[in-house]
Design a binder for this molecule. Structure first.
Ligand SMILES: [Zn+2]
Length: 419
């Protein structure tokens, strides 16, 4: 009987999920600025979904002919990269239960409420090293619950920030953030890593595992491919704003759409998304008493470490420092399992983004090392990274974080610039 109830519940949940049967991901050969402009014309409809602009585009069956004709007539080569998105969705998540009775299972994906339980369990397990706090509520009222970890030295320490899941469907991002947090705490506690102890003494680390909880939950219950927030602003046709185009630094410029149905919709005004506003207000407030040295917004996918600027092709004043740090950080990633993460200013190695988190971190707050990290993979699975890759993704990024932080700690603070 119990089995039947579970089965029926699953049936209801499964039926509520939007299906991506027959949806394909096309990979386009982008070789010129003109190509990018032509391709960006496709970002007008929520059914045409850029997985990795301007290269990978998910297309529903009824628009396939139209898109292929559009690309062909504009002489843009492409291949069908993922044949059936639904098949990938079904394959990416194990059928095992998501709460392990023996403790938290880091090697499966977790929904929002499980992650909130995890936050509390970390404080319970490491009461002298970790505490929890909230930067506020999401649009739908979910707690933006954070962790602060570090060793209390009785002095004012420097600070770092990292977050996951600003984009809902990038599930390996919160999984990586949680794994790294636990590794920092447990490796210090067991005394297996002196570097970690040194770093926990040097920095207060502020960690928000799920920055866009409404979107994240929606990606679990309704639409696995959801990216944006879940707001619906007056006059807008579609739901959702891209929170990573909504920060109040150089908002509304290159690489941010004013069309509500676009995947990169910037919102009606800067900080229209309460999740972004809450994080901005917290870091602004906290940076009055502590100097933030590192800011990382973890995304997936494409294996990249992106620095400022996003909103312009110009290089920022401290690019020499960033380049040196990114080299060390990505080499440590590579040393773990051989994965290559490309690095450089986002606008130059990927595409321009305005109103993004890393530009805000550096431009508004003067945080010298302010990045977006795109986790695994390079597109074979895209957002649907199988759970058996969580460990390697998290471990290599942990190695990168440690090596990068040791370098930052050893680098003299450059006088704050007005940028
Ligand atoms: Zn993202």
């Amino acid at each position: 009987m119990q089995r039947l109830v579970v089965f029926s519940l699953c049936l209801v949940a499964c039926m509520a999920m939007e299906s991506f049967d027959g949806y394909k991901v096309l990979r386009m050969e982008v070789t010129s600025e003109e190509h990018i402009e032509i391709i960006s014309e496709l970002d007008f409809d929520h059914e045409l979904d850029f997985w990795d602009f301007p290269r990978d585009l998910m297309v529903p069956p009824h628009l396939l002919e139209f898109v292929q004709f559009y690309l062909k007539s504009n002489e843009i080569n492409h291949v069908v990269w993922i044949e059936d998105v639904q098949a990938k969705i079904d394959a990416a998540v194990s059928e095992e239960p998501h709460i392990d009775v023996d403790g938290f299972d880091y090697y499966v994906y977790h929904n929002y409420s499980e992650i909130m339980v995890w936050v509390d369990s970390i404080v319970e397990a490491y009461p002298t090293l970790a505490s929890t706090f909230s930067v506020g509520l999401s649009h739908e009222g979910r707690d933006l619950k954070c962790l602060k970890i570090g060793i209390d030295t009785g002095k004012t320490k420097r600070a770092i920030w990292f977050n996951g899941a600003i984009h809902a469907r990038e599930w390996v991002s919160p999984a990586t953030v949680m794994w790294m947090t636990n590794a920092l705490l447990s490796n210090h506690t067991t005394g297996t890593d002196e570097d970690v102890t040194f770093l926990l003494e040097s920095f207060d680390m502020y960690i928000l595992p799920v920055m866009n909880p409404d979107g994240y939950e929606y990606s679990w219950t309704t639409n696995r491919m959801w990216r944006k927030t879940r707001t619906h602003h007056p006059g807008d046709l579609c739901y959702g704003t891209d929170p990573n185009r909504n920060f109040d630094y150089m908002w509304g410029g290159l690489g941010a759409s004013n069309v509500s149905c676009a995947s990169t919709y910037r919102g009606p005004h800067a900080l229209s998304e309460v999740e972004v506003k809450n994080v901005v207000e917290f870091i602004r407030q906290q940076s009055q008493s502590q100097t933030f040295r590192l800011f990382i917004d973890y995304h997936s996918y494409s294996q990249m470490m992106l620095s400022t600027w996003g909103h312009t092709y110009d290089l920022p004043p401290d690019y020499d420092l960033m380049e040196e740090h990114m080299k060390i950080h990505t080499e440590a990633i590579h040393d773990a399992f051989g994965a290559n993460y490309t690095y450089g200013p986002g606008s130059r190695i990927l595409y321009p983004v305005s109103g993004g988190s890393r530009d805000w971190g550096y431009g508004d707050r003067g945080i010298p090392y302010s990045y977006t990290i795109e986790l695994r993979d390079t597109g074979e699975h895209g957002f649907l990274l199988p759970e058996d890759q969580i460990y390697e993704t998290a471990f290599e990024n942990y190695r990168g974080l440690i090596a990068g932080l040791l370098h930052i700690e050893a680098t003299p603070v450059r006088a704050q610039r007005h940028v």
